[in-house]
Write a protein that binds this ligand. Structure first.
Ligand SMILES: Nc1ncnc2c1ncn2[C@@H]1O[C@H](COP(=O)(O)OP(=O)(O)OP(=O)(O)O)[C@@H](O)[C@H]1O
Ligand SMILES: [Mg+2]
Length: 247
């Protein structure tokens, strides 16, 4: 993917969640991982890259999609349709079973026929070992299974880019491992992914590039090895020594 941020700023009232980011990455980039302290701006950046919000000033482009303060709602909506998303929790419709959670957006948002949607949804569930759970509603699935259904739904329309915001933060270690394995497989199959995580070992293992965001700024970026082994800024050194301490 090709990622370009130019003077990208996002303010909420007086608060500057992103402070004039300038960055160009790719095109030889298939997985980008955002790390950094809470409140640093990861989710905000993911929402802008995913066309869920417009910036306050500057621009963000992923591949051929541009997001500026002037970007129209209809353009944002089209961009959103072309991505797949997964957020930390509350992803699934509680009143629909696993299969219906996938077929509904395929039919309503992506214009697939009912037959196509059924086949595609079943295939996606099977891909993540959920074939036997398609009739269950979210409350009848484990947290890890729910997140895997969420990932199956996010990729069911074959998005070019998959955006995952802390996909495992609500999960226990075993379920986390289960979901991380699925994400790793997708990456190995060539899926373009941008994700944020507090799982540092995973970040390092799957990232072509790591961005360290703190206080609305990109303080470090580079390969996992570079960012984790030789962080240049005191902020990243402090953050990494804290989060790696017990690993
Ligand atoms: N909709 C909003 N309205 C007001 N302030 C917001 C909004 N969204 C985010 N912020 C603020 O912007 C800053 C960045 O938040 P963001 O959610 O992007 O951080 P984060 O890096 O994802 O943190 P975490 O690791 O806790 O998820 C925070 O200070 C947050 O309070
Ligand atoms: Mg966040």
């Amino acid at each position: 993917m090709l990622l370009k941020l130019k003077g990208l700023e996002k303010r909420y009232g007086k608060q500057r969640a992103l402070k004039s980011l300038d960055l160009e990455l790719g095109p030889d980039l298939s997985s980008l991982v955002l790390i950094g302290p809470s409140g640093g701006g990861k989710s905000t950046l993911l929402r802008i890259l995913g066309a869920l919000e417009t910036p306050t000033s500057g621009s963000a482009s992923v591949n051929s999609q541009h997001n500026t303060p002037e970007t129209k709602e209809v353009t944002l909506r089209e961009a959103r349709r072309s991505h797949g998303y997964l957020f930390q929790s509350f992803n699934l419709f509680p009143h629909l079973n696993a299969l219906q959670n996938i077929t509904l957006p395929l039919e309503k948002v992506h214009g697939r026929t009912s037959d196509e949607a059924q086949q595609r949804a079943q295939a996606c569930l099977e891909r993540f070992n959920l074939g036997d759970h398609s009739h269950k509603r979210p409350a009848e699935l484990s947290g890890g299974q729910q997140q895997r259904v969420g990932i199956a739904r996010a990729i069911a329309h074959e998005p070019q880019l998959l955006i995952l915001d802390e996909p495992t933060s609500a999960l226990d270690p075993e379920m986390t491992a289960e979901v991380l394995e699925v994400i790793k497989q997708l990456r190995e199959a060539g899926q373009e992914i941008i994700l944020s995580t507090h799982e540092m070992g995973f970040a390092r293992a799957v990232a072509d590039q790591v961005l360290f965001l703190a206080d609305g700024e990109v303080l470090e970026h580079g390969t996992g090895e570079a960012v984790f082994e030789t962080p240049a800024t005191p902020e990243a050194q402090r953050f990494l020594s804290k989060v790696m301490h017990y690993r």
